[in-house]
Design a protein around this ligand. Structure first.
Ligand SMILES: Cc1ncc(COP(=O)(O)O)c(C=O)c1O
Length: 438
């Protein structure tokens, strides 16, 4: 295996860092100015995690392209971590949003768009009833509250190293088999071991052991884990997991926020899953804040038996701006014109081509160095090259394919690091080949 020359690496890094400073004088000036008004010099502290001494400040973005304040152009391989998976400001969504913005933005009353969106979501995912929030985090939090209320159970179950947004209960992880706060968990309200059971993905035995306590209100899960590389379910995992959930009286909440890239109805439709609740956020409004959760007929009935109108606005589920007219207009335009079945068909075939070619190149390169991280091992073990799995992987490459659709690379990726998603994608391809070779 080729050894990495660390000294050379350090020299290259220093060269790139100096170049970055020289290339971004206006961003540097704005970042310095921001130190006196923004905590850490950025609107949110994670914006500092980009490579380079400071984040670039953006002037504008369109589809797959970003222009910064120094007039440098980039291909955006991050796309707002899928919040802008549809491309930045697709023309039709931008027009609809501009029109709606002049006709009332937030009303605390329904608009007809909400019906259109609810009907469309019902067709896509099969769940009959829908509610709207501002973020996928909120949708997950509200799904959890509902699950707790209707099951009268206190715990939720998540898979080790999941990510579902800033949901307190989900920041639990296993450390030597013991549940505790995940590394970096900021000010946890209680030790998440009190609220959460954590098990390894794809391990039906430990899942059953956890459910046997009869205290799990719901399993909150991505159908395929997308925030820790990409971990695909073993054949038959979800069918068996659903059966276990039903047997022990726990609900299943499918978080399709990222896995929507598998098709117009996410993995739920692609793999014929049957969740009790489903969450979809981020890309649903092309970047305009908005998210949704859907519930089954049975859950809907249990909600109406326990949750009453008198107190529902102060009951922990809601938010003044939730379900606002602007979000719903953006969601409708996105679902009607952008995330359409025809677009998925086209994109997935291109994505498959992309994934196949990357795989071919890796195979041709032969002895490519590989990197295992302990907590991901189960992922490596779980990945195989079956058609269905390849399909999800191809679906993930949708992001890359959007670039092709929307005017592919005229500019090369710069030393800036808008590259999270393709790295995840490539990592997943590598993981796949790890299974074949390692
Ligand atoms: C699977 C999944 N669900 C939910 C969320 C939360 O989305 P938001 O940060 O928009 O609330 C994320 C965020 O990355 C996510 O990856």
């Amino acid at each position: 295996m080729t050894a990495i020359d660390r000294t050379k690496l350090k020299t290259l890094q220093q060269r790139e860092e100096s170049r970055f400073l020289a290339d971004h004088p206006k961003s540097a000036a704005l970042y310095n100015r921001a130190q006196s008004s923004l905590l850490g010099g950025v609107p949110m502290n994670w914006m500092k995690k980009w490579a380079g001494a400071f984040p670039v400040f953006v002037k504008s973005a369109k589809l797959a392209h970003i222009t910064d304040v120094d007039n440098r152009e980039y291909i955006d391989l991050c796309l707002g971590d899928t919040g802008a998976m549809t491309g930045h400001s697709p023309e039709i969504v931008a027009d609809v949003v501009a029109r709606r913005a002049k006709e009332g933005i937030t009303l605390m009353l329904p608009t007809e768009d909400s019906l259109w969106v609810g009907e469309d979501l019902k067709r896509r995912f099969g769940l009959p009833y829908w509610q709207f929030t501002l973020t996928a985090t909120d949708a997950n939090r509200f799904a959890i509250r509902i699950a707790r209320e209707i099951t009268q159970r206190s715990k939720i179950l998540v898979f080790h190293y999941c990510y579902h947004g800033t949901v307190d209960e989900s920041f639990a992880a296993l450390e030597n088999g013991v549940i505790g706060p995940r590394r970096g968990n900021i000010g946890p309200p209680v030790n998440p071991a009190e609220t959460t059971r954590v098990v390894e993905f794809n391990d039906l035995n430990v899942l059953e052991d956890a459910l046997k306590h009869h205290d799990v209100a719901c399993i909150l899960a991505e159908p395929a884990m997308t925030n820790v590389g990409i971990i695909l379910p073993e054949d038959g995992f979800w069918r068996a997991a659903q059966e276990l959930a039903r047997r022990y009286g726990s609900l299943l909440v499918a978080d399709e926020t990222h896995t929507i890239c598998a098709g117009p109805g996410g993995c739920t439709a692609e793999w014929k899953l049957d969740p009790d609740m489903l969450v979809f956020g981020k890309a649903i409004g092309s970047g305009i804040p908005g998210a949704t959760f859907g519930v089954s007929e049975e859950v809907a009935q249990r909600i109406s038996a326990r949750i009453h109108l008198d107190d529902c606005d102060v009951g922990g589920i809601g938010g003044t701006l939730a379900g606002n007219a602007l979000s719903l207009a953006a969601m409708r335009a996105t679902l009607e014109y952008i995330l359409t079945p025809a677009a998925f068909e086209h994109m997935i075939s291109l994505a498959k081509r992309f994934a196949d070619a990357v795989g071919e190149n890796i195979r041709a390169a032969g002895n490519v160095p590989r990197h295992h991280r302990g907590r991901h091992r189960r992922a490596h073990q779980s990945l195989r090259l079956s058609g269905r799995r390849t399909h999800l992987l191809g679906g993930t490459a949708i992001l890359a394919v959007l670039f092709i659709r929307y005017d592919f690379p005229r500019y090369s990726l710069t030393s800036s690091c808008f590259c999270f998603w393709p790295l995840a994608l490539l990592a997943s391809v590598w993981q796949r080949y790890d299974c074949l070779t390692g």
